[in-house]
Each structure stands twice: as C-alpha cells, then as structure tokens.
Design a protein around this ligand. Structure first.
Ligand SMILES: [Zn+2]
Length: 337
C-alpha cells in the first residue's frame, strides 16, 4: 500500500498508521453533489476513505462553477450529470478510492437502498424534505449522519448519532412554512460552503476512525461574512415523532410525488413508474420540434420557452416554468405520460 500519499495525516496522532488503514476500509455516502457535496467528496477522497458513493439528480451548469469545486467549464458545456463528473475527477485525484457516482433523485422509494451498507451519510442536499427523509432513514437503521446547510454567507451543521444524540426532528419538528431563503434566491459564497463541509468531513473522519467521543456535540451556526458564531447543545426530545415515537412519515408516505420544485424557474417531473427511455430513439423523435442535444446520460430538448433535460429513467427537469401543471403538460406532450 502506498503510505507516502497519506504521510502528513499519518503524522497526525488521532489518525496514525492504524487510523489510515481503517479509513482505507471505510465506506461513506454523500447525498447531493453541489457545493457541499463536491467539497466533502474532494476531502474524503484525498484522505483515502476507501469507498465513496455520491448520489445526485442534477447536471453541471455554468452557474455552479463559482463554488462546486470538482467541476470545470467542459463539464458544464457537456452537461454531464454531477455524480458522473465528480466521480471522474475523483478517480484522477486518488485512484485508490472506489468512487461510485449514482445519477438518481433521492426519494422515499430509494433512500434506504442508497445508504444501506455505509457507515456514515454526509448531507449535501438542498432542501428540508430530503433532510427529513434522510433523518428518518438514518434513525430507522441506526446510521450516523451529518447535517449541513448553507445559504448566502451563513451555514449550519450538526452530527446525528441515532439513539445517542438529538435528531433533526428533535430540533426542527416541522419544515419552515412558506418561502424561505435558498441559494437560488439570495445566493451563496464559496467560503461559507467550505467551512460547513470542513466540519462535516472532520466529523465523518472521527466516526469512521471510531473516535465518537471527540465529536463536537453541538449545533454549530456561523456567518462567515459577519463573523458571528452560535453554538447550541441540542437535547433529545422524548416526544420527537422520529427518534421518540419512531414514526417515519416521510419514509412511509404513499404515492410518489410527481413533481417538485427544483431551483428557480424549474420543475422536476418524476416518472410515475420506473421506465427505461431509449435516448437515441427519443432524440430522433424530438428533432422535428426543437433543438436537441444529448450525451450518454441525458438529453436536452429546447422547445418554445422551455428546456427539458430528460434522463434515461424517465425523470425530467423542465426549465422555464415554476408551475407543476405547465411542466407536466410539456412533459406529457413531448415525452409521453
Ligand atoms: Zn428526534
């Protein structure tokens, strides 16, 4: 084994040679591969965490490059799925790490399968619903996970050890109502992402090394622009619907959500049932109606004021509207219901 690669962190006593061997045998999964996910994946790959799975539903766009550190202009031009572009880059950074890029939207039908067999989950999602889902899956299976969220210059993180610490629902019993600030409305700066990811990765390393007594044990919030730090020690709520009553409302919800908002001016359409689209065939069918571009993972179809990005499993992102009904009808018209 090539130890030279890791010599500087082997010198760090809490890791050492034994810890490095442990990391190389470890398995971590990252949900989301935007700003937080690319920063986490970069650090874990360089640290030699042996197996890494990265799950993301989206493709690389130019507006990502300011903060999503694994992507470049060519990825955006080719519209590569983020999970694929990240996995390719990570293989060049450290070929010893087994990186698996999964192009899927995390939902209640697949989350348990996606996190099963891993020792820790790093949250790099961008919405409350996905985090509640992750929290429930983690509590159900006793899996540690590390919450992280960033908007503008402000970020938050907390490490959740089921049955040992508070869970996300102990702290936030319900998602905030109405519109709340997102990176699509108020922006985000790279350094705010970096600190959250740095803490999440440090906590993940402690968990993988079996050094749970060294976890920070708080809910940390920091505004890196204003230099305002808040720290609270969350308490487990015995009445918590998730870790107390073990009611998994998000996980057990019946009926798939057919659409979801996905950034500003976009709606995601979930295929009602699993289907396999032949993208080459679809391309020929759509070409008379508008401009079509494709790579081996997805197809982009521009028609009227809309742009549809269609994945081979039937999922699509419709840009040019925030109205689910409009998006569904555009989808039905060109891709088929
Ligand atoms: Zn709880």
């Amino acid at each position: 084994m090539n130890r030279e690669k890791y010599s500087r962190q082997i010198l760090f006593p809490p890791i050492g040679a034994e810890g490095q061997d442990k990391l190389l045998e470890s398995r971590a999964v990252i949900l989301g591969c935007g700003a937080l996910g690319t920063a986490q994946a970069n650090a874990l790959t360089r640290a030699g965490v042996g197996t890494l799975r990265i799950v993301d539903r989206d493709f690389v766009e130019e507006s990502n490059l300011q903060r999503q550190i694994l992507f470049d202009e060519a990825d955006a031009r080719e519209r590569l799925p983020k999970a694929i572009a990240a996995a390719r880059k990570l293989n060049q950074i450290n070929s010893e790490v087994k990186v698996e890029g999964v192009v899927e939207d995390v939902d209640n039908r697949n989350i348990e399968k996606l996190v099963s067999g891993f020792q820790v989950v790093l949250d790099a999602t961008d919405n409350f619903e996905a985090r509640y889902l992750l929290n429930e899956a983690a509590v159900k299976h006793g899996l540690p996970w590390i919450y992280g969220a960033v908007v503008a210059s402000y970020g938050m993180t907390m490490t959740i050890l089921p049955e040992r610490t508070a869970c996300l629902a102990c702290l936030f019993p319900a998602a905030p109502e109405g519109a709340h600030e997102t990176c699509d409305t108020v922006g985000v700066i790279g350094p705010a992402v970096s600190w959250v990811a740095a803490i999440q990765v440090t906590e993940a390393l402690k968990i993988l090394l079996g050094r749970r007594q060294e976890l920070h044990g708080t809910m940390l919030a920091y505004d890196i622009w204003k230099n305002q730090l808040q720290e609270i020690r969350p308490r487990q709520d015995p009445q918590c619907r998730v870790c107390g009553a073990r009611e998994f409302a998000y996980l057990n919800r019946t009926g798939p959500t057919h659409t979801s908002l996905c950034g500003r001016d976009s709606v995601q359409i979930h295929a009602a049932a699993a289907r396999q689209l032949d993208l080459a065939d679809l391309r020929i069918r759509l070409e008379p109606f508008g401009r079509v571009r494709a790579n081996e993972f997805l197809l982009v179809f521009a028609v009227d004021a809309y742009e549809l990005t269609v994945f081979s499993d039937g999922r699509a992102i419709v840009k040019g509207t925030h109205d689910p009904a409009v998006a569904r009808s555009v989808y039905a018209k060109y891709i088929g219901a």
